[in-house]
Design a protein around this ligand. Structure first.
Ligand code: NAD
Length: 494
């Protein structure tokens, strides 16, 4: 697939709405563009259109025109279109993998093993689920029958972040399309490449015009215009808690549904009876996968005091073996952070941690892999100890390769520390006791609890956070329900 230097929107493929298949702006010559930068090198390699409210409006109109035909298609035919789109991505696997790595700074092998296969699976999963959906309720009574139907909402907005670009973009648009809606998607302006390629793949296979529209641009401009558009019936958002809260307020003023997947400050809790070797290996993975830029990363590692030293030794051995390097190299475990701004933010957090009294066990700042990556944004995986549970470093989301270690005295202390933040997305617990697994699992204030594992996912199971980590659940029928209006139809047949 040829990727142009200028990445425009995909609005009603083929010029519906009187505009070219992909344009930076409705008014030629007045297009504003944003640089797209490769995090591993710091070099600009493309430009992305800075979409405006006019672009969003154009996309909503295209989607509205497409909605009657798309929503009327039998579910199996919608599913078949999504299968074709999944196949089109799979057929271009190498190009998508290279683009995702280049755009985000993550190692190529991670994009190949995780990001792109999962994006394909998202499309295939919801294509299959909608074909075999059997949730309709029916209550026959003497003289009347009550039946539910799941109706699509209309045109919906999907806004996604930069950490898992195509993975999270498709995680939203797949259930939205399957349920019969038309979509206006806005990927992160930091990582627009694979969303652009998805639009190209959809156009290549003749995906019905106007059903999937992609508007590029910044959050405050294109994203806000999407949230505020009067004809958008629901907003599915994944991103930071600050932006999610703002979206919730603005959407509430129009009584528009929102699904909000937000930040986390997730605990990894290691009890003395755990298999310490496995727990240490997985705690390192949970803390530093994707450079610590996953919402479910375990950034607070809580360890029972009696095994603290033994665990710390094992953990440091695992972290010490992690290699930070060029994302193109198969030996790199960690690549670059996503942008200069994010790199600066994480560096500033390390200063705050030092000021709060952190002892740096390993890492602690930028690292330079040299060669073509000499100007990239790399930070060594960093472990900190000696901080109080209440300090900012232990309370606020850093979203980088930084994790803290804290001892706890007993189960109650572990729960107090684990639950002692405003967030509540995911927890990982390591113990040999089945009774404790159930007890702690129930007492943890988080939407996801992994016992003796981390990031073990099933796309049919609900995914989402409590407290400031979000509102609503994605996954399986939960996502289809969010993108549907459930009606009860009562027929008097006497
Ligand atoms: P962000 O909130 O800055 O941006 C997310 C998306 O929202 C981007 O597309 C952005 O352009 C858009 N946006 C920004 N301001 C907007 C506004 N005012 N109106 C509408 N849209 C706006 O988040 P980010 O920095 O891209 O991603 C990192 C954050 O995402 C972290 O907090 C992380 O925990 C969270 N995240 C959560 C999950 C989850 O499932 N809970 C998954 C991945 C990432």
């Amino acid at each position: 697939m040829d990727i142009p230097r200028d990445l425009g929107h995909w609005i009603g493929f083929g010029g519906a709405g009187g505009r070219p298949a992909q344009s930076g702006d409705a008014r030629p010559g007045r297009t504003a563009w944003l640089d797209v930068v490769e995090p591993a090198t710091g070099a600009t390699f493309a430009r992305v259109a800075a979409g405006t409210a006019a672009d969003v409006d154009c996309a909503v109109r295209a989607a509205q025109r497409a909605f009657p035909a798309w929503s009327a298609l039998p579910a199996a035919e919608r599913g078949a279109w999504m299968e074709r789109l999944a196949q089109a991505v799979e057929d271009r696997m190498d190009a998508f993998v290279a683009a995702e790595s280049r755009d985000t700074g993550k190692p190529v092998h991670v994009a190949r093993a995780v990001d792109i296969p999962r994006a394909i699976l998202n499309l295939r999963y919801f294509a299959g689920l909608i074909r075999f959906r059997t949730e309709t309720q029916s209550r026959p009574r003497p003289g009347v029958t009550h039946t539910t139907v799941h109706a699509p909402l209309g045109v919906v907005g999907c806004i996604s972040p930069w950490n898992l670009p195509l993975y999270l973009f498709t995680w939203k648009i797949a259930p939205a399309l399957a349920a019969g809606n038309c979509v206006v998607g806005k990927p992160s302006e930091v990582t627009p490449l694979t969303a652009w390629m998805l639009g190209q793949a959809a156009a290549d296979i003749g995906f019905p015009e106007g059903v999937l529209n992609i508007v590029q641009g910044t959050g405050p401009e294109a994203g806000a215009a999407l949230v505020e558009h009067p004809d958008i019936k629901a907003i599915s958002f994944t991103g930071s808690t600050t932006v999610g809260r703002d979206i919730a307020v603005r959407a509430a003023s129009r009584l528009v549904k929102t699904s909000l997947e937000l930040g986390g400050k997730n605990p990894t809790i290691v009890f003395a009876d755990a298999d310490l070797d496995t727990a240490a290996r997985e705690a390192a993975r949970a803390a530093f996968a994707n450079q610590g830029q996953i919402c479910v990363c375990g950034s607070r590692i809580l360890v029972e005091a009696s095994v603290y030293d033994a665990f710390r030794e094992r953990l440091m051995a695992h972290v010490g073996a992690l290699r930070v390097g060029d994302p193109l190299e198969a030996t790199s475990d960690l690549g670059a952070l996503v942008s200069q701004a994010h790199f600066d933010k994480v560096c500033a957090w390390l200063e705050i941690a030092r000021a709060e009294g952190a002892r740096i066990l390993t890492g602690g700042g930028p690292t330079n892999p040299g060669g073509r990556c000499a100007s990239g944004w790399f930070i060594a995986p960093t472990l900190l100890e000696g901080l109080s549970p209440e300090c900012r470093t232990n309370q606020e989301e850093i979203f980088g390769p930084v994790a803290t270690l804290q001892p706890f005295e007993n189960e109650a202390d572990a729960l107090r520390q684990a639950n002692g933040t405003h967030y509540g997305l995911a927890s990982s617990v390591w113990t040999a006791s089945l009774a404790r697994a159930h007890r702690v699992g129930n007492a943890l204030e988080s939407g996801l609890v992994w016992i003796n594992c981390w990031m073990e996912r099933d796309l049919g199971m609900p995914f989402g956070g409590v407290k400031q980590s979000g509102l609503g659940r994605e996954g399986g029928h939960h996502a289809l329900d969010f993108f549907s209006e459930i009606k009860t139809i009562t027929v008097n047949h006497e």
